[in-house]
Design a binder for this molecule. Structure first.
Ligand code: DQA
Length: 143
């Protein structure tokens, strides 16, 4: 089984971008950690990132045929994108939403998530470890 780990805008700069909020680990580190953990769980991992909303919609469409579950950090699109929410509604497997920072401790505009209306679980404020925790949960949900 394959898990898609989808990442939204500005997360290509993870590790360099506001490290006081998002830490110094890169997305490549997240990919390596989740790939290794996936091997233990019997899950393969495909991590993708895009700065474009429509591309993320298309990644979710691709997941319909190729992925058993989706872990998604939609970044700023979390708070704005009905299109990503609607795309996730077309996906039948588990969807887990990850935020590196604790969005609830931050500005009010980060407190609402469109994606949470579809997510089976949400992790926020665990740093990049949140992705690994979501992988473990995928292992349980897909066992
Ligand atoms: C984020 C939180 C969002 O509010 C923000 O726009 C991001 C990253 C997080 O991982 O903490 O880009 O999703």
């Amino acid at each position: 089984k394959t898990i898609y780990i989808l990442n939204g805008p500005n997360l290509n700069l993870l590790g360099k971008r506001q490290p006081e909020i998002y830490g110094s680990d890169t997305l490549a580190h997240v990919e390596a950690t989740c790939t290794a953990l996936g091997a233990d769980l019997g899950l393969s991992v495909k991590l993708m990132q895009s700065n474009h909303e429509g591309e993320i919609v298309e990644m979710i469409h691709e997941a319909r045929d190729n992925a058993a579950g989706i872990i998604i950090n939609p970044a700023a699109y979390t708070h704005t994108s009905v299109a990503i929410l609607d795309a996730l509604h077309t996906f039948e497997g588990p969807v887990l939403e990850v935020h590196i920072s604790n969005v609830h401790k931050r500005e009010a505009f980060r407190h609402h998530s469109y994606v949470s209306q579809r997510a089976d679980g949400v992790i926020a404020g665990f740093g990049v470890e949140g992705y690994a925790l979501a992988m473990r949960r995928m292992g349980s949900l897909l066992a």
